[in-house]
Design a protein around this ligand. Structure first.
Ligand code: NAG
Ligand code: NAG
Ligand code: NAG
Ligand code: NAG
Ligand code: NAG
Ligand code: NAG
Ligand code: NAG
Length: 663
């Protein structure tokens, strides 16, 4: 989403005036939930035992221990990373996991680039003494340096990714007391100075309504597990509609160790199928006629993998994603049939937790509200969620377009006071590429994900002059890591024709797979055509109809800071204008080559008041009957265009001709 410059500048100055409104409180020694600008129905129930669920449903063991809860915290300056404050008691209390910028953290302050986290832990007495102990982090934004008992055990860079250290050799005597001290040094510059790192919508420096409070530090579950000497480190699983399971069981040993994989019958622990493979290489086996996974029928099979004395539980759904030509039009196919996908732009921000949803229930609630009116997809917008989000999408039946968290859109041009540059130096590009690989590796076994987005609206995308354009190379990278899904190389301009989609963004009205478009962005207008018959036509963003709310439901009580592309002054008008836009999309499905739409957006976020739900999730603006019937009419219109009997599967298909597209 982007704003005209003048509006952005006005909003920027409004935002600057606002930056100091968050109430501060005296440094507390005990944890205390803060009163933020807005809470949610779940805030007060979080308590001091947040996120108690096992955090990694794809590789789950029985012997694990959650380290979430109240930890100690200290804001520091640069240069402390090699001097852990071992044995000191850090001044502040912080709730882990949470963003220190959030009310739930108990801190609710911005502007700490460097900090220390501290806790102590013991090892449960019933864990086998001969086992290894792994320390797992769901996500720490942005760099984490980890010490156990004063000794450095490792370093991790990248704010959205899980990481694990074997801490066995750093543990104190395992005698049942809280004998081990854990210290984590965090550095997170967000978008200060000239840093260009994956941050999505977080900002410390930008004004304007589309940038939000940043998140620093440990924002997902931190936990321990007990594993035998040789253990399963990762499970890559792709299960197709033909019943083929392509699995790679990664193990800590480097050799090929035999394992057994059991796919369980539905609703039972009995084996539906059993196969034996060797670790650290792909292995394909076939299941006889599994029930397929679709958004309407999201069937999942439980799985057990046994390698030596290690045993993990996991799950998968059987489905195949591909691309094909139907009646001359490029279409996304699910299990060989055209599946029109209808999705909100879903940002995953929370007024009480910022990046950390207050609970699993709260996180599922958003998806349930979408399911209720018939959304079958979600565009997970430039954020990677906790693993339990993807599990919820697998269970509830959503197709996910997963965006890579973007770099900041641009930097001031040092050679031109008024100019800007999109990307500075090769290091930022190399790190973006590396983290794109981390995202695909981390999420590629979730059934719900059907497409990867590399760039959003050319944010951090090398300029037109920088040939070869990076999105071609990165599309190939993503396909090599995961050949089973589609790639949306650039969502919104500037499009040089890489990837599987031609994705147009336009507000409020759609321009989907159509011969008309508004010329935006910096490239020659041909780059921004809303319709390229050689790829799938997608409306990657539209809508954005808003409605201002009274202060008890709004992040900003000042109405001038509650903004949207277009504002309706009653809920009835909001529904009328929204549905009008969606009916236009339906006409474009009927007439043109439109294969999917993304409505902005699931919830209000800070100054944006264009959600289906308010930011506090207490208001659902949708007239549910009207939305359900209109959404159903999108699927009906697509079904009339989608005759699967002439589908051709596979990626390298001849161009669909223009003449076939316009009836
Ligand atoms: C953290 O410390 C830095 C440097 O002393 C200071 O500028 C900043 O305001 C502090 N931030 C918080 C949240 O305490
Ligand atoms: C347990 O180990 C810690 C750290 O080594 C030690 O301080 C403590 O005295 C031990 N407790 C018992 C009951 O042995
Ligand atoms: C199985 O997956 C691996 C890793 O993604 C891939 O290299 C291999 O080609 C796949 N095998 C089949 C038969 O699809
Ligand atoms: C695996 O290989 C690495 C690098 O060669 C080596 O450091 C490590 O000890 C090996 N691990 C096992 C279990 O053999
Ligand atoms: C998978 O296992 C979980 C945990 O035991 C159970 O709750 C769920 O019902 C199982 N699913 C199926 C489809 O059997
Ligand atoms: C909405 O705006 C119209 C036109 O300004 C005005 O007549 C009407 O009273 C407004 N309605 C509400 C509920 O504010
Ligand atoms: C699908 O295409 C076949 C072959 O062209 C045709 O016989 C059939 O009527 C079509 N079905 C629909 C629903 O359009």
């Amino acid at each position: 989403m982007r704003l005209p410059g003048a509006v952005a500048a006005l909003l920027a100055s409004a935002m600057l005036a606002k930056c100091s409104i968050l109430p501060r409180q005296a440094h507390n020694t005990g944890y205390q939930l803060q009163t933020g600008p807005l809470d949610t129905p779940w805030t007060a129930d979080v308590g001091t035992n947040p996120w108690p669920e096992h955090p990694r449903p794809k590789v789950q063991r029985e012997q694990w221990k959650n380290l979430n809860g109240v930890w100690r915290w200290r804001n520091v300056t640069a240069g402390q990373v090699d001097n852990p404050p071992k044995g000191e008691t850090l001044e502040r209390a912080v709730l882990v996991p949470s963003c220190p910028e959030s009310a739930l953290s108990g801190i609710m302050e911005k502007g700490h680039l460097y900090s220390w986290y501290q806790t102590t832990f013991d090892i449960p007495a019933d864990w086998p003494k001969e086992n290894r102990v792994l320390l797992n982090f769901g996500a720490v934004d942005y760099e984490a340096t980890v010490y156990v008992n004063g000794q450095k055990v490792g370093f991790h860079r990248g704010g959205y990714f899980e990481f694990t250290f074997d801490v066995t050799d750093y543990l104190g005597s395992n005698n049942g007391s809280r004998s081990n001290e854990l210290l984590v040094h965090v550095f997170d510059p967000t978008d200060t100075d000239r840093y260009q790192i994956p941050i999505g919508k977080q900002t410390l420096t930008r004004g304007g309504m589309i940038w939000y409070t940043p998140c620093t530090g440990i924002w997902q579950t931190t936990w321990l597990e007990s594993v035998p000497n040789e253990y399963i480190t990762k499970l890559d699983l792709a299960a197709g509609a033909d019943g083929n399971v392509n699995v790679t069981v990664h193990s800590s040993g480097n050799s090929s160790s035999p394992y057994e994989i059991i796919v369980h019958e539905l609703g039972s622990t009995e084996a539906f199928a059993t196969a034996s493979g060797e670790s650290n290489k792909p292995f394909v086996f076939e299941i006889d006629s599994p029930d397929l996974w679709t958004p309407n029928s999201p069937t999942l099979y439980n799985i057990t993998v046994i390698l030596g004395s290690d045993s993990i539980s996991s799950y998968t759904g059987f489905r195949t994603i591909s691309r094909g030509v139907i009646d001359g039009v490029q279409r996304p196919l699910l299990n060989g049939e055209f599946e029109f996908f209808w999705s909100p732009l879903d940002q995953g921000f929370w007024p009480d937790g910022i990046y950390t949803p207050p609970s699993v229930e709260a996180m599922r609630h958003d998806l349930e509200q979408l399911k209720e009116v018939g959304f079958n997809a979600v565009r997970k917008h430039i954020k990677v969620e906790p693993a339990l989000y993807y599990k919820a999408a697998d269970e509830l039946g959503f197709l996910i377009i997963q965006d890579m968290p973007s770099l900041r859109p641009d930097l001031p041009d040092p050679n031109n006071g008024c100019g800007s540059i999109r990307l500075e130096g090769p290091e930022a590009q190399q790190e973006f590429d590396r983290q794109l690989g981390l995202m695909v590796e981390q999420l590629k076994s979730y059934t719900s994900i059907f497409a990867w987005t590399i760039y959003n609206e050319e944010w951090g995308q090398a300029t037109d002059e920088a040939q070869p354009w990076p999105e071609f190379r990165l599309t190939n990278l993503v396909r090599s890591l995961d050949p089973t899904r589609l790639v949306n190389a650039v969502s919104g301009w500037t499009d040089h024709t890489a990837g599987d989609f031609d994705d147009n963004h336009h507000y409020s009205t759609p321009q989907c797979g159509s011969p008309f478009w508004s010329v935006q962005g910096s490239g020659p207008s041909g780059y921004n055509s809303a319709y390229d018959p050689s790829r799938i036509g997608l409306q990657g963003e539209f809508g954005g109809v808003g409605q201002q709310l009274p202060s008890e439901h709004a992040w900003f009580s000042d109405l001038s800071k509650q903004t949207a592309y277009e504002l309706a002054n009653t809920t009835e008008m909001w529904n009328y204008r929204s549905i009008q836009n969606i009916v236009q999309l339906r006409e474009q499905i009927e007439r043109f080559a439109c294969s999917g739409g993304v409505w902005t957006q699931t919830t209000d976020v800070e100054g944006e008041v264009n959600g289906l739900l308010s930011y506090d999730r207490r208001i659902n603006r949708m007239d549910k009957e009207l939305w359900s019937s209109t959404i159903q009419s999108l699927y009906d219109a697509a079904a009339k265009r989608g005759n699967s009997s002439v589908a051709v599967e596979g990626r390298n298909i001849g161009l669909g001709g223009m003449q076939n597209v316009f009836p």
